[in-house]
Design a protein around this ligand. Sequence first.
Ligand code: HEC
Length: 286
Amino acid sequence: MLVLLNRFFIVILIFLVPFSVFSEEKKIDLLETNWSFNGLFGTFDRASLQRGYQVYQEVCSGCHSVQHLSYRNLSEKGGPEFSIEEAKAFASQFEIEDGPNSEGEMFLRNAKLSDKFVKPYPNIEASTAANGGAYPPDMSVLAKARAGGVNYIYSLLLGYEEPPIDYKLDDGVYYNKYMPGNKIKMSEPISDGIVEYLDGTETTKEQIAKDVSTFLVWASEPHLESQHRMGFKVIIYLIILITLVYMSKQKVWSQFVTKKNEEEETFDKIEKVVTEYEGEDPKTFK
Ligand code: HEC
């Protein structure tokens, strides 16, 4: 028994140690803001997603790809929900290489809804070379891949500050409060007014960071809203199922309880007769 208990504790320890190490690492408090998509009923703020797409295109897409998204995703339900015409217009602003044609040659054509987002560089090596030896990561799953998720991206975008005195920074390296190790090879990408929003929303740095972060969460989870709806349905289903199971359990067991009562009554009767009998003087017993 003791051996078993010991093993049990060892197994629990093995599971807990990585968690404690992990929580040690996440010491810096990330900035937070209220995200509309959090929680069981969370949905994306359409306007924010549309503005986020604009920020991505105008600011980030020069260095970062989002290779899993297609232009048609921009008009799908649960996303920025641009109209099909708008999405087509966005796509047609880009040229991609297609072919070969009947003469065996590759040619350039305008992008269509079915095409993936055009990448700024043909491959990782080219983008690393163009960015001073640092690779601007593809953003398709960035919001999921980093510890801290969307709050990390939001914080990182707002986390540029002057390095502490005597802090050594090489050329092309910047100080960021939220980057692990505080050194980042991306200069501060956003500032107040760097984009102009068509819907009149103020273009503060915080607003821009929030919009583009929202866009990146959607990019990494385009089906988040339908998953939330499904999760809600599953919970309702489970509640109904548990209620039914509980009710049938009550019903089934109630039979045994009444039966048991009957048995107890008969037993009581017998006992009564026996004590009455025992109490009598055997000599007078007829
Ligand atoms: C001039 C090119 C350039 C632009 C524009 C740019 N980035 Fe970057 N970004 C980089 C490079 C290079 C890195 C890699 C930095 C490193 O590893 O030190 C990076 C890294 C990142 C990271 C990851 C940090 C990590 O944890 O590894 C995030 C998040 C990010 N960029 C977001 C953005 C967003 C959002 C925008 C647009 C608002 C943007 N970037 C615009 C070049 C750029």
